[in-house]
Design a protein around this ligand. Structure first.
Ligand SMILES: Nc1ncnc2c1ncn2[C@@H]1O[C@H](COP(=O)(O)OP(=O)(O)OP(=O)(O)O)[C@@H](O)[C@H]1O
Ligand SMILES: [Mg+2]
Length: 601
């Protein structure tokens, strides 16, 4: 099941069966995260049991001190009291040391889980195909890495800690109280009824509120990320006012739901205190009667009161656990959803190696659709012979980029097959595929680092001289030399900012260094001015000589160097021939070309 199918907001309307699947998917993820940490978790459990046991021993030792030690002192024997005092100190020290140890151990475990999860999310989203990234907005990916992982961190760091400690604490106190004085134990048990009702009420109410709060905060993040990524459009169209109003409304919604949450705590907390105090009063009253009748010793009553008092201490944090658990569970569900996505373009199981690709591309019975209900490229056959320079032209939305994405296997055809030198792209070893086929697009992306680093991406094994040769070949050398630090200029820092055209030249150099058998340029020259484009074209002509090249361009000047032209309309190749043939004919290309000629004079 795919969770990212819905644009924008996350889905909330899952059916019962889907919810169950999602839960088991989260649990499976949790299990796989915990498995390597088994031994450490067992050690940690032992440590926390000893720590809590030592803490709970205190009041019982006080009871023994009062009921046994004091009478002995009165009789002149100090030894029992000394023993008890020492025992009290020892349990205190042991409790402190073990709690400290437990804190360190649990922090280490939670850090290990988080690092593992963070890496998995990064590696997996990076591995997913283009299809995923064209649908799953970057705001949502950012949420997975930030707020979702934060929710899980909070659960691991404080939530689980307080739950385990709190639960053990209450359990040990109940056991100690029953063995000390079972009547007080029964009174404490009686208090569990109102306690349960209060907690249940709190859980049910808070569940919906916390969900609303999470949705509200997710909206804030998405709206923030969208505004900032589209800041140019925001400014250009003066959308600030409207954004401000929208953002203001979202902030207000978030404030309101948080306010409701706080009010809920305003009832829950005093409720807990009240139940605790009433229980202590009842234990004191019942105990008082029994002391009067000689059924209970004073020290035991004091211990019973201390236990009863302390019993309620962890309650609030445990109720808070429910909050952090809910956020973390939701976060884990979303993360497990991303991790479960399979690349729509999977790596081959039995990859075929292709050491030296020649560059013969062949489409056989290929049909393609992004979504099942809309075929973009109806069934077609096409072959591109090694060494050909092919211009692909056609109106906007004709399917040129789609064809390019199929050729470079960013998508697989819905039907039919595409082969490189007779090997199906789906079977070709990914390394050989990426080496053999390179696509350069309009949005040439530069990574943080120097200009040279960015060219080097094309072939990490190349020497610096190779890098310079590549930049010279595409006419980028001059402007790079003129940058503040030449080839060592950091591209994303101040002063290193390069223009869109210069970015394209760098990505050309990158592609030329890669030296692929098939090179696809999808409107890659559109940001260049005419002289630069000329320059590139001269370079193109020599460099494209021994490889298959597909050039997609709206400017017909780019087409001049092609030895074959494909005209696409509505996903179909409607004309195919040499430029001369098509120009002398009466088809679409001839008309386009004539119009272009006229515009030049
Ligand atoms: N990721 C996508 N998901 C769904 N439909 C898409 C996607 N990308 C493109 N399309 C659709 O496929 C059709 C062809 O788009 P394509 O980008 O291949 O056109 P193009 O020929 O490259 O146009 P242009 O000259 O404007 O770049 C368009 O109708 C477009 O709506
Ligand atoms: Mg396009």
């Amino acid at each position: 099941m795919s969770v990212y199918g819905v644009q924008g907001e996350e889905r909330n309307d899952f059916t019962k069966k889907e919810s169950r699947q999602i839960r088991s998917r989260s649990l499976a993820l949790l299990g796989s995260l915990m498995r390597p940490l088994r031994v450490r978790v067992i050690w940690m459990s032992i440590v926390v049991i000893v720590a809590v046991g030592a803490q709970v021993a205190g009041p019982a030792l006080i009871a023994v001190g009062i009921d046994r030690g004091l009478p002995a002192v009165v009789a002149g024997d100090w030894a029992p009291l000394y023993v008890i005092v020492i025992a009290y100190l020892v349990t205190g020290v042991v409790g402190a040391v073990f709690i400290a140890q437990y804190t360190v151990m649990s922090a280490r475990i939670s850090q290990a889980i988080l690092i593992d999860l963070r890496k998995r999310v990064f590696l997996h989203t990076q591995r997913l195909s283009l299809e995923f990234h064209e649908k799953y907005t970057s705001g949502r990916i950012i949420s997975r890495q930030t707020s979702d992982l934060d929710a899980i961190r909070e659960l691991l760091d404080s939530g689980i800690n307080s739950l385990i400690q709190g639960f053990l604490y209450m359990l040990f106190i109940a056991v100690a109280l029953f063995s000390l004085d079972w009547v007080s134990g029964v009174v404490l048990f009686g208090s569990l009824v109102p306690l349960w009702i209060l907690t249940r009420w709190f859980q049910l109410r808070s569940q919906t509120m916390f969900r609303q709060s999470r949705v509200a905060s997710a909206r804030l993040i998405v709206s923030f990320v969208e505004t900032m990524t589209g800041i140019r459009a925001v400014k250009a169209f003066r959308k600030q006012k409207r954004n401000q109003a929208e953002f203001g409304a979202q902030v207000e919604a978030y404030r309101k739901v948080n306010n409701d949450v706080i009010q809920l705590f305003g009832i829950f907390d005093p409720g807990l205190v009240l139940i605790g105090n009433v229980t202590v009063a009842v234990v004191l009253l019942v105990g008082g009667f029994r002391v009067a009748e000689g059924q209970l010793e004073i020290g035991a009553l004091l211990a019973a009161l201390l236990y009863t008092r302390r019993f309620f201490d962890p309650m609030e944090e445990m109720a808070m656990f429910y909050n952090s658990y809910q956020s973390a569970a939701a976060a884990l569900e979303k993360i497990s959803g991303v991790l479960e996505e399979k690349p729509s373009v999977p790596d081959p199981v039995d990859p075929v190696d292709l050491w030296e690709a020649k560059g013969n591309l062949c489409f056989k019975g290929v049909e393609f659709a992004y979504a099942a209900d809309r075929v973009i490229l109806p069934k077609f056959d096409l072959s591109m012979t090694a060494g050909q320079t092919i211009a692909l032209v056609g109106s906007t939305g004709a399917g040129k980029s789609t064809l390019a994405k199929l050729m470079s296997r960013f998508y697989d055809p819905t039907e039919g097959s595409i082969t490189l030198d007779g090997v199906d792209l789906r079977k070709l070893h990914p390394k050989d595929l990426r080496r053999a086929i390179v696509m350069v697009t309009q949005e040439s992306y530069l990574f943080s680092g120097t200009v040279a680093d960015n060219v080097w991406i094309g072939d990490p094994e190349a020497t610096f001289d190779d890098v310079v040769r590549a930049t010279k070949a595409v006419g980028a050398h001059e402007f790079i030399e003129a940058l503040p630090h030449g080839y060592d200029t950091e591209v994303n820092k101040r002063g290193g900012r390069v223009s869109a055209g210069q970015r394209q030249l760098i990505s050309f150099a990158r592609a030329f260094l890669a030296n692929p058998a098939v090179l696809i340029l999808d409107e890659a020259t559109s940001s260049l001015d005419i002289p630069s484009e000329r320059l590139v074209q001269e370079a193109l002509q020599t460099l494209l000589a021994d490889r298959t090249a597909v050039i997609i361009a709206h400017r017909l000047s780019t087409v001049a160097i092609a030895d074959r032209v494909l005209v696409m309309e509505h996903g179909k190749v409607v004309e195919d021939g040499t430029p001369e043939e098509l120009i002398s004919g009466t088809g679409r290309f001839a008309k386009l070309h004539a119009a272009w000629r006229d515009s030049l004079v």
